[in-house]
Design a protein around this ligand. Structure first.
Ligand SMILES: *Cc1c(COP(=O)(O)O)cnc(C)c1O
Length: 493
């Protein structure tokens, strides 16, 4: 071996040969990004991708290099013009936040620093814990509670439901598994509960049937009498009632379960009280609406979603567990290659002890920067603003004979539909679906649909700091126009 030659060979790296060139491109990317958001209102909410854009994504694995400026041009041409649309002021589909530029800068800086939040003694780790502490404060949890940032609400709910299972199992379920439990566990939630809880029950080995869906009342909140009856029935039948899930803001209609009463029942019946607060936990910071979620602070665990009402860029969820040792005991493992040291890099907290991931991204920075910039009070006012906008839209709908409100508006979700004289439920569904699709295809607004009390309806979920009231006026006007146009030609509808 020629050792001299080996020593003089240049080692490869991913760093650019010329940082000045990369700097120039980066400035262009940033300028484009600013224009992109500044002008978002002028663009369609959404548009269908032409065939050449679709086929762009079938290109094979690149084997040889390309200048990064060309790579960026590909992205600028094929990706940026075809977004989901949730940064647009008239995006109200499903349920998600609208992102924010400071948060985007945070994601960029997090990637530049590149830290792994699995744990360790470094600033990102301290910031991660600080953001979790701020979340506790926002919902009225004690500073001693446990918590972790996760990918989103689904994962946050899994964290809470897993701690509940391990605490209530009656055996060392981590060691022995669900098969060794003396009695099968039962969880309870309203029939409006989010679908992620089903996945959680399946992943926990408890099975979907272990989650009893309790009928919702007329306001789409969990029926308390039916809940109590189900708990008693299960106890008699040899099950162990283990956990009640209260929803603070259902995804269908925004209904908020009676959290105070659920807390009382949980205490009386020795149940774990978990709150799915992915939508509504943060109402606790909204000065005018916070009483809606009173009782949330009594939960044993809470799932919340900074990528919804804090508008953090995806992904950012948060799980909080009142008893930090129960939280840690559910997930902590210390393999020989991750032992702590008295000083140095491995002397910080092991954040992976609070969830399922080992490596974790630096999600805290984007949340931290936006909270520092605006202050929590502004986020609270923006939540109140969205709720007031939903009330405004509700009034417009009630005043317009062509529309029908389909569920009470509690928070920021409005469920309604267009009427069609003499039409069956089936025709009404086709008619409203067509209106919804035209709104999307014409780039006017993004709505979604659902079924409430067995009837199809459209949904406007305003989790959007860019929405203004005139956007809602425009929606109503455009829906009336589309309704007339569709009804005029579509005899088949
Ligand atoms: C959004 C939502 C979830 C799931 O959260 P993700 O962040 O999408 O994973 C769970 N429950 C409710 C009530 C939600 O609105």
């Amino acid at each position: 071996m020629d050792s001299l030659q080996e020593a003089t060979t240049t080692d490869e790296t991913l760093d650019p040969p010329d940082w000045t060139e990369v700097g120039a491109l980066s400035h262009r990317v940033l300028d484009d990004a600013i224009v992109y958001l500044k002008d978002v209102r002028e663009r369609p909410v959404w548009r269908e991708m032409p065939a050449e854009v679709r086929s762009f994504f079938s290109a094979p694995l690149p084997r040889s290099p390309a200048p990064v400026a060309e790579v960026y041009d590909d992205v600028a041409r094929n990706v940026m013009p075809y977004p989901m649309g949730n940064v647009h002021p008239r995006f109200w589909a499903w349920y998600m936040g609208a992102s924010n530029f400071t948060g985007a800068l945070g994601d960029f800086l997090a990637a530049v620093q590149g830290s792994n939040l699995g744990g360790g003694n470094h600033a990102a780790g301290l910031m991660d814990s600080q953001v979790v502490n701020w979340m506790k404060e926002m919902v009225g949890f004690p500073a001693t509670a446990g918590g972790t940032l996760v990918s989103g609400g689904s994962m946050a709910n899994i964290i809470g439901l897993t701690v509940a299972r391990n605490v209530k199992a009656g055996v060392d379920v981590r060691e022995r598994g669900v098969g060794a439990m003396p009695k099968p566990l039962r969880y309870y939630a309203s029939d409006q509960v989010h679908s992620c809880h089903r996945k959680a029950m399946e992943a926990l080995g408890l099975g979907n049937r272990a989650l009893r869906r309790i009928p919702a009342d007329a306001g789409l909140r969990i029926d308390i009498a039916a809940l109590k009856a189900a708990i008693a029935e299960d106890r008699d039948a040899g099950f162990k009632p283990a956990c009640v899930i209260g929803t603070a803001g259902t995804v269908n209609t925004g209904a908020v379960d009676d959290l105070q009463t659920l807390a009382t029942i949980a205490a009386e019946e020795d149940l774990w009280f978990h709150v799915d607060g992915c939508i509504g936990a943060l109402i606790a910071i909204a000065p005018e609406s916070r009483s809606l979620v009173a009782g949330i602070e009594q939960a044993d665990s809470i799932a919340l979603d900074p990528h919804k009402w804090l508008h953090a860029p995806f992904e950012a969820g948060c799980a909080l567990v009142r008893d930090a040792s129960q939280h840690r005991n559910t997930f902590a493992v210390t393999p020989e290659y991750l032992e702590s040291t008295p000083r140095g890099l491995a002397s910080g907290a092991w954040l992976h002890d609070y969830g399922l991931q080992t490596s974790r991204g630096f999600r805290a920075l984007k949340i931290w920067m936006a909270l520092k910039e605006h202050g929590v009070e502004k986020f609270g006012r923006l939540i109140d603003q969205n709720i007031a906008q939903a009330r405004y839209l509700t009034r417009l709908i009630e005043a317009e004979p062509a529309f029908e409100l389909m569920a009470p508006t509690t928070i920021n979700i409005v469920s309604f539909r267009s009427r069609l004289a003499g039409a069956s439920e089936e025709r009404l569904k086709a008619f409203n679906t067509e209106i919804m699709l035209r709104l999307q295809e014409e780039g006017i607004a993004a709505l979604s649909d659902t079924t409430v009390h067995g009837r199809h309806c459209l949904r406007v979920a305003i989790t959007n700091h860019r929405t203004r009231r005139d956007d809602l006026d425009l929606l109503v006007g455009e829906m009336l126009r589309l309704g007339r146009e569709i009804a005029a030609v579509a005899t088949s509808l």
